[in-house]
Design a protein around this ligand. Structure first.
Ligand code: GDP
Length: 448
């Protein structure tokens, strides 16, 4: 079946692209195009760009640049035509309707990429890379998506698969010809091979810590006593007035969220209500939420003012108890630039900053960058996609089971390995159910 869809956003724009793919793509296109010079595509030509009028009967609807790709030399692997029309909302709908009248049907979300996958043009990691790249909102997210799209992730996974199949082959040789003693040395050899694969898979699994942060951002809590300048700092980082700034203590009574790219890292900031002893029941709720945010945060930015007191020290102590990394920000330094930091300041990276003048903020950004992007991953490939990570965890579990079963018969180990290979195959799409394929592609946008 030939499918068609708008590939660009449905808004008024300079151009709008309609994409059509399938066995009748060329014949449907020819039925709506009129040429003064040239043709859609010549016999034997792999691809062609032409300029044509789009006509509905005798009426000229638009003029378009038309790219034709002969399968398999196309994104989907099928005959494909892309019309770059003028970007009017009505106009594009009309051209699409015309294509539907001539026999195409509306493409579902991700259907072009799904066809590319089914036609062997792309493995699943690359297809997911397409979606992740479209979804990425800043440089690091785009970078990790690109490593899926360009096949880096897929290649690492294929190498692991080859390794596992190699081990399987050795074990099966023994199962088939048990007289050629596998012996102690061979068991050691299998153990060494398994260890090496486990090491590799573990490194990839661990890289998800960084990958997820690069893609989705760091859950960050801004904590501190009321009035130390948390909201002002957040606004300084966000560059907008996202949070209310006033000089009446306790104004920020609920958690407020903003996403900022700070030090090349996306921070999902929650400006929490100031933590302090209070009898006001509304503020008490805010304070307990602030504590909850600190608990869940991957980064805790503790903000203090020049008049640091014992309450601040308690807060610093509390932040250091949590799992997240902590940074101390001594704000309002413009008011007291020479004031020495309290002795406990050396328990975390500490900076003198000013939300008012931006003083010190670059150093904080560098610190955030060092903490979250340079943080160690021994894998040269970074996994950032949750589905791929889940599959890898299953690979790891199956391999660890194989390692534990080493003393048992080889066919037990082979069975564990086969489960590992199946989970690896799910990542690239070699062994994946219809259901999973449907779920993955239905999250794509229409036209992709
Ligand atoms: P929060 O309660 O911790 O969120 O504090 P706010 O951001 O609402 O700030 C409290 C007051 O401190 C406001 O009047 C801000 O203008 C002021 N303030 C915040 N940061 C600075 C700073 O770096 N320097 C100076 N001089 N004043 C600041």
């Amino acid at each position: 079946m030939t499918i068609a869809a708008l590939a660009t956003a449905p808004f008024r724009a300079a151009i709008g692209v309609i994409r059509m793919s399938g066995p009748q793509a060329f014949s449907i296109a020819r039925s709506v195009l009129r040429y003064q010079n040239g043709a859609l595509i010549e016999e034997g030509q792999k691809r062609n760009v032409s300029f044509a009028r789009i006509v509905d009967g005798d009426e000229v609807i638009d003029e378009a640049v038309v790219c034709a790709f002969r399968g398999p030399h196309s994104y989907t692997g099928e005959d494909t035509v892309e019309f770059s029309c003028h970007g009017g909302v009505y106009l594009l709908q009309r051209v699409l309707r015309l294509l539907f009248d001539r026999g195409a049907r509306q493409a579902e979300g991700g259907e072009f990429t799904k066809r590319a996958f089914l036609n062997g043009k792309s493995d699943l990691t690359r297809a997911e890379g397409v979606m992740d790249l479209i979804d990425s909102q800043y440089a690091n997210a785009a970078r990790v998506a690109m490593s899926e799209l360009d096949g880096t992730v897929g290649r690492s996974i294929s190498e692991i698969r080859d390794e596992l199949l190699g081990i399987c082959a050795k074990l099966l040789a023994y199962v088939d010809y048990p007289d050629d003693e596998i012996g102690e040395v061979s068991t050691d050899e299998i153990a060494a091979l398994l260890d090496s694969s486990i090491h590799r898979v573990t490194a990839l699994c661990d890289s998800y810590g960084v990958g997820r942060i690069l893609r989705d951002g760091v859950r960050t809590a801004l904590c501190g006593r009321p009035n130390v300048g948390k909201s002002s700092l957040m606004n300084r980082m966000a560059g907008t007035d996202r949070s209310i700034v006033t000089d009446v203590a306790g104004t920020t009574r609920d958690t407020v969220d903003a996403c900022v790219v700070f030090g090349d890292v996306k921070l999902n900031l929650t400006d929490t209500a100031g933590i302090r002893e209070t009898r006001d029941p509304v503020e008490q709720i805010g304070v307990s939420r602030a504590r909850g945010e600190m608990e869940k945060a991957e980064l805790i930015l503790c903000v203090f003012a020049p008049d640091c007191n014992a309450e601040d020290e308690d807060l610093a102590e509390e932040a250091l108890q949590h799992q997240g990394k902590t940074i101390f920000l001594f704000n309002k330094s413009d008011l007291a630039p020479q004031k020495p930091l309290p002795p406990w300041a050396d328990r975390a990276p500490a900076f003198r900053v000013s939300a008012k003048t931006a003083m010190g903020m670059d150093a904080v950004a560098d610190c955030v960058k060092a903490l979250f992007t340079a943080q160690g991953t021994s894998a040269s490939t970074v996994i950032s996609n949750g589905r791929q990570y889940q599959c890898l965890c299953r690979v790891k579990t199956a391999l660890q089971r194989a390692r534990q079963n080493l003393a048992l018969t080889p066919d037990v180990i082979v069975s564990d390995l086969e489960q590992a290979v199946a989970a690896v195959g799910e990542i690239t799409g070699q062994t994946v159910s219809e259901q999973v394929i449907h779920e993955i592609f239905s999250r794509f946008c229409v036209g992709k």
